[in-house]
Design a binder for this molecule. Structure first.
Ligand code: NAD
Length: 252
């Protein structure tokens, strides 16, 4: 069986979960009785305490392979394995839109280090525990910008396209070990990072709402619901897929 059960053993590792979409995902898993490990650059332990339900926190930069290995070893040791990995940490809300000719190469490298290498490092570390167990679920958070081709974010769009493509290869390589791998691609979501954007964020939200078939804001919990579904028993026949949660703005 490769499905999440409320009584299943092993950690649910959610990266970038000290706030925003990641925290909403962690909350939903914790409510199911799963042992959650919040893995964030900072504030992981405080977020785990706020979450309660026995959640644990571990400060880690997902772009640093050694730190990721240490975090995953901690999660496996504390919880008796790793049953779910949600690759949610990403550089997005701190980015400013710029014409592609003006993107600083250092910023490009940082985006790829965290958004792409970070996913690779975390999958590699989690696979060490999932493969021998013959069981596991990975959900990668990409973005609806991949199909929209949003202007001003060339590095970010390219990094999330890489994540969606990586899901397919990872799904093929891990299927023989009972591990499913899927993508959730959120539309513009009212996360903590987005809410920090103030008035500009409100104008952007209003414009985007009008382009959606479902004309309301997307809450972090809308994304968490899709992640839980993909990692759970009802999605037992889904792997290598991309679920776009954007109110029907784009269609695959
Ligand atoms: N909010 C949106 O509109 C939206 C849309 C599509 C996709 N996404 C994706 O969803 C994910 C979460 O976004 P959010 O809006 O909740 O962002 P957010 O800024 O509210 O939270 C991001 C979290 O990730 C953590 N993080 C950043 N770099 C990290 C690193 N190197 N190692 C570990 N943790 C790190 C931050 O500390 C923060 O807690 C990101 O991957 C983002 O690209 C967001």
């Amino acid at each position: 069986m490769n499905d999440v059960k409320t009584d299943s053993k092993g950690a649910v590792v959610v990266t970038g979960a000290a706030q925003g979409i990641g925290y909403a995902i962690a909350e939903r898993f914790a409510a199911l009785g799963q042992r959650v490990v919040i893995a964030d650059l900072r504030g992981s332990e405080a977020a785990a305490q706020k979450l309660s339900h026995g959640a644990l926190g571990f400060d880690v930069n997902v772009g640093n392979a050694a730190q990721v290995d240490a975090m995953m070893a901690f999660a496996a040791e504390q919880c008796g394995g790793v049953s779910v990995l949600v690759n949610n940490a990403g550089i997005y809300t701190s980015l400013t839109k710029r014409p592609f000719e003006e993107i600083d190469p250092e910023e490009w490298r940082q985006v790829f280090n965290v958004n792409v290498e970070g996913v690779w490092f975390c999958c590699r570390a989690a696979a060490r525990y999932m493969k021998p167990a013959g069981n596991g679920n990975i959900v990668n958070i990409a973005s609806a910008v991949v199909s929209k081709g949003t202007a001003g974010f060339l590095h970010y769009v390219a990094s999330k396209a890489a994540v969606a493509a990586m899901t397919r290869t990872l799904a093929r390589e891990l299927a023989p070990f009972g591990v499913r791998v899927n993508t959730v691609s959120p539309g513009f979501t009212q996360s903590d990072g987005v809410l920090a954007g103030g008035a500009a964020r409100e104008k952007q939200s209003a414009d985007i709402r009008l382009q959606r078939l479902v004309q309301r804001d997307i809450a972090p919990d809308d994304i968490a619901g899709a992640v839980l579904y993909l990692a759970g028993p009802d999605a037992g026949m889904l792997t290598g897929q991309n679920m776009v949660v954007d109110g029907g703005m784009t269609m695959n």
